[in-house]
Design a protein around this ligand. Structure first.
Ligand SMILES: Cc1cc2nc3c(=O)[nH]c(=O)nc-3n(C[C@H](O)[C@H](O)[C@H](O)COP(=O)(O)OP(=O)(O)OC[C@H]3O[C@@H](n4cnc5c(N)ncnc54)[C@H](O)[C@@H]3O)c2cc1C
Length: 458
């Protein structure tokens, strides 16, 4: 069984965290012949070479000026040309990279390579020469026929090299080596363009400090007044027609058009026939994992630009400008697509309840009290990554860049410092209340109300 693991190596030479999990999962499959594939600059070669020490027999580096400036579609195209040559039975990819944070490339790679696809894999339950069955994060058990591609969640820790390990071969491949059409590679082959970036100050709030005795009154008042709104600017010049896949993105669509049509079924065939019959200027999807997968499959099939996870939309009547956080949420990018219709997934609520009580590492000694408090006020629990990494709550509770994104009416952050990686997962909550004894903790910059004390039950 040949398993190819696609990895993105950062400028610091580090493998992307989700890709590390995909590599570990591949290495733990008994009898598998594991190899690595990466696209990047020449200097990535050393990092790839080091990775082969862990058990990968061979690594391939796609390295050519023709690949520079690739968006997800152009990256997936180049990788698929390498896959045609390597011919693996299985491809393992991380769920997303942290730099791009779209999760589109693996889905598009599966589509372009004609591989069966399972996304958000938490573990493999059965594997044979013909098929594999996986546990997924949101869709239960799923079986794929080989050849297949899976995207892996943050489920394990990449092993360390043994002292006796040896380096495997790293083979550099140019665009010509993989018979790639250079018009489909790099910037030329990339339909999406970043036209502006600025510091991300969204989610910043003016914090009003309160005492524990006011906490429940503030929560109740916030629940009363909550009406979730989309932060897009409703301009006077609008797009002629926008296609919404399901009802999820409709509030965003209203900010850029007066003419909304719907595709009720969220599957590739239905969306493509709706695009063909409606000829919309833009197609919008929600941001649940199924919408993310279907949008990337449709974009790849039609060779259209796709912008993931937009937090606002703008238009001048002709072009759709898609606004989204980038670089781990530290900047906001304005993106347009050179292909029509423009395609985007927009950040929508993830089935979160009205109130979420999120537990951080600072609440580690008070978890029972926090849980009892959440239960009493009818709240769901969530957690920061550090809380999850330290076993305070399981992975499913993890909110943030590498976890899930939530937007409840009220988000109560208990013992959370407010790292940008956490903020991007909860900054669309209507009211944020932070409880943290450290007055300087960044979380207070993103909170409407703050209690600067240790958590206690009233
Ligand atoms: C690539 C990458 C991706 C990441 N992705 C995510 C992600 O998706 N989600 C995420 O959450 N993090 C993520 N992180 C980690 C993130 O940068 C922070 O390290 C993490 O969010 C910190 O968790 P924390 O706030 O619970 O813990 P800490 O930073 O340790 O903060 C604990 C806080 O609790 C306070 N505290 C102490 N005692 C009490 C008490 N008794 N009562 C109340 N408060 C108290 C402290 O003052 C402190 O501010 C990522 C990091 C990297 C590098």
């Amino acid at each position: 069984m040949k398993i190819l693991v696609c990895v993105r190596i950062g400028l610091d030479g580090e493998i992307s965290p989700f890709d590390a999990c995909a590599y570990e999962l591949a290495l733990s499959q008994e009898g598998a012949e594991v190899s690595l594939l990466s696209m990047g600059a020449e200097k990535v070669k050393n990092a790839l070479s080091e990775l082969t020490r862990l058990g990968g027999k061979k690594a391939y580096l796609l390295c050519d000026n023709a690949f520079a400036g690739s968006d997800t579609l152009a990256t997936a195209y180049a990788l698929s040309k390498a896959v045609e040559i390597i011919k693996p039975d299985l491809i393992f990819c991380g769920r997303q990279t942290l730099i791009g944070d779209t999760g589109q490339t693996p889905v598009m790679l599966a589509q372009k390579s004609g591989y069966d696809l399972v996304t958000n894999v938490m573990g493999i339950t059965e594997i044979s020469d013909r098929s594999l069955t996986c546990r997924t994060r949101e869709e239960g058990e799923k079986t794929a026929q080989l050849p297949a591609l899976i995207t892996v969640e943050r489920i394990n820790v990449l092993r360390l090299p043994s002292i006796r390990s040896s380096l495997g071969e790293v083979k550099t491949l140019s665009a010509d080596d993989i018979f790639a059409n250079k018009d489909k590679c790099g910037l030329t082959g990339s339909p999406t363009r970043v036209i502006d970036t600025k510091e991300n100050t969204s989610g910043r709030r003016r914090c009003k400090y309160i005492g524990f005795d006011q906490l429940e009154d503030v929560i109740n008042a916030a629940l009363q007044k909550t009406k979730k709104s989309i932060s897009g600017t409703v301009g006077t010049t609008k797009l002629k027609k926008v296609l919404c896949v399901t009802n999820a993105p409709v509030e965003y669509a209203k900010t850029v058009t007066d003419n909304i049509v719907f595709c009720k079924k969220n599957d590739v065939g239905s969306v493509i026939s709706a695009i063909n019959s409606e000829d919309p200027d833009a197609v919008l999807f929600g941001s649940d994992s199924i919408s993310k997968r279907i949008s990337a499959l449709v974009a790849s099939k039609l060779d259209l630009g796709l912008c993931a996870d937009c937090t606002a939309l703008e238009t001048d009547g002709k072009t759709l400008y898609m606004i989204r956080p980038a670089l781990s949420g530290s900047v906001i990018a304005k993106i347009k697509s050179n292909t029509k219709p423009a395609m985007a997934t927009v950040r929508t609520t993830q089935n979160s309840g009205d109130i979420i009580v999120a537990v951080g590492y600072g609440a580690k000694d008070r978890i029972e009290q926090v849980e009892a408090f959440a239960k009493r006020i009818g709240a769901e629990l969530a957690a920061s990554r550090k809380a999850v990494d330290n076993g305070i709550l399981p992975y499913e509770y993890h909110v943030g860049l590498t976890g899930k994104r939530v937007s409840p009416a009220v988000y109560v952050a208990v013992g959370i410092s407010g790292a940008v990686h956490h903020i991007v997962g909860m900054d669309r909550s209507s009211t944020v209340i932070a409880i943290n004894p450290d007055k300087d903790a960044p979380i207070f910059d993103y909170a409407d109300y703050g209690i600067s004390e240790e958590f206690k039950t009233i």
